[in-house]
Design a protein around this ligand. Structure first.
Ligand code: 16G
Length: 240
């Protein structure tokens, strides 16, 4: 698998070989990688060269280094289309995964300036604030804070928000959810995100803000979420 006569650098050949093994499933998500020493001895190349190949694959998100444990094949990212206005529960069920939420807090607070603006309410109007960890097959995927007008969405309970908010809004309250405006930006996970998403220092997250409206144009929710960038990949269809 390594051709020392080739003009291609040796680290590049090894990187290409490992990439192939990951793509064809010979190395599966979660599998431990042999150590740098083993590769170096087996291929009679330097450990520096092995490290270069592995570092490139870590940087590309195909491998993960775990302190004191070694290097592993990364989990595949969940691919999420940004074309439909769906709920977390719907997204996970559509993938055959089991959604679950851990409710971190649930209270009624007076809307501050930003929340009031996003929900087209007067400042200090009561809004529900709920913080949830969203899990798929028991793996934490996102940390989410939802603000919703308490006068519009009545009767919310901890039980409701521990399952599906959209289902309650549509099926129990009969409100028609229309469209949303969403933004996304990259950030490094802060301490709260690291604790709840079980990621290490320096891990990347995708910060998403969603402002959802009912079909009649009334603002329904303002949501701030942090998605694990190591587990999520968003795709968009674009037309010319
Ligand atoms: C998604 C939405 C969030 C919505 C939630 C409802 C994004 C960025 N966020 O997580 O706005 O409140 O679904 O989910 O997509 P539920 O019906 O499962 O409670």
């Amino acid at each position: 698998m390594i051709d020392k006569q080739s003009p291609l650098p040796i680290y590049f050949q090894l990187e290409h070989f490992l990439r192939g093994q990951i793509e064809n499933g010979e190395l599966a998500p979660g599998d431990p990688l042999p150590s740098e020493r083993e590769y170096a001895e087996q291929l009679t190349i330097s450990r520096m060269t092995v490290r270069q190949a592995i570092t490139n694959l870590v940087n590309a998100g195909l491998l993960v280094r775990q302190k004191g444990r070694g290097t592993f094949v990364a989990e595949q990212k969940l691919e999420q289309k940004l074309s439909g206005l769906t709920s977390f529960t719907e997204d996970m069920k559509a993938r055959g995964m089991t959604p679950r939420s851990t409710l971190l807090s649930f209270e009624i607070i007076p809307a501050d300036k930003k929340i009031a603006e996003r929900l087209a309410l007067k400042k200090h109007t009561p809004v529900y604030e709920m913080k949830r960890i969203r899990l798929a097959d028991e793996v934490p995927m996102a940390l989410e804070t939802v603000y919703i007008s308490a006068n519009l969405v009545k009767g919310l309970t901890e039980k409701v928000v521990a399952s599906s908010l959209y289902r309650y809004i549509e099926e129990e309250l009969g409100l028609a959810i229309g469209h949303a405006v969403q933004s996304m930006e990259a950030a490094v996970a802060n301490e709260t995100e690291r604790t709840h998403l079980l990621v290490s220092k320096g891990a990347p997250v995708l910060l998403i803000e969603r402002n959802t409206f009912l079909k009649d144009g009334k603002p329904l929710e303002y949501v701030k979420s942090s998605y694990r960038a190591d587990r999520y990949k968003f795709t968009i269809d674009i037309n010319r």
